[in-house]
Design a protein around this ligand. Structure first.
Ligand code: SF4
Ligand code: SF4
Length: 132
């Protein structure tokens, strides 16, 4: 499975919100798969991933929010940097979760997610709290 850095955080508090029904269904399937088997090997990236696969903002394999200031890629790089993981690294999902528990903070998420429409719900930061 391929996951971009900031999606590690988005998955923590997913409550069925998303861009459209295909996106939501795909995200739900990925999260359930990881819950059933957290030994799954993940390739961590800072570009499109298996969640982006079904996103309406993914035009020809590139996120339309990818290349501007405060871009999605910067969010990925910030998350991976905090977790001390280089892009293109392969890790088991349960080892990634251990790193999130140890290294990610609510303050860092507050900053990383500052431009996200779903931040106001507080679901994702609650997901981080529930992980601990
Ligand atoms: S607030 Fe947005 S970017 Fe941040 S983890 Fe949640 S869905 Fe992802
Ligand atoms: S908005 Fe961009 S990064 Fe987010 S899921 Fe869609 S294509 Fe991927």
């Amino acid at each position: 499975m391929i996951l971009r850095g900031h999606h590690l955080l988005c998955m923590l508090g997913f409550k069925g919100l998303g861009y459209d029904s295909d996106f939501i269904k795909n995200m739900d399937t990925i999260i359930k798969k990881l819950k059933d088997d957290d030994d799954v090997l993940i390739k961590l990236v800072d570009n499109v991933d298996n969640i982006c696969e079904k996103c309406p903002n993914n035009i020809t394999g590139v996120c339309e929010n990818e290349h501007h200031e405060d871009s999605i890629k910067e969010m990925d790089d910030t998350v991976l940097n905090i977790l001390q993981i280089k892009p293109e690294t392969y890790m088991k999902y349960n080892d990634i979760l251990d790193k999130i528990k140890l290294l990610m903070t609510e303050e860092a998420m507050d900053d990383i997610c500052c431009n996200c429409a779903w931040k106001g719900y507080g679901y994702c930061v609650d997901g981080l709290k529930n992980l601990r």
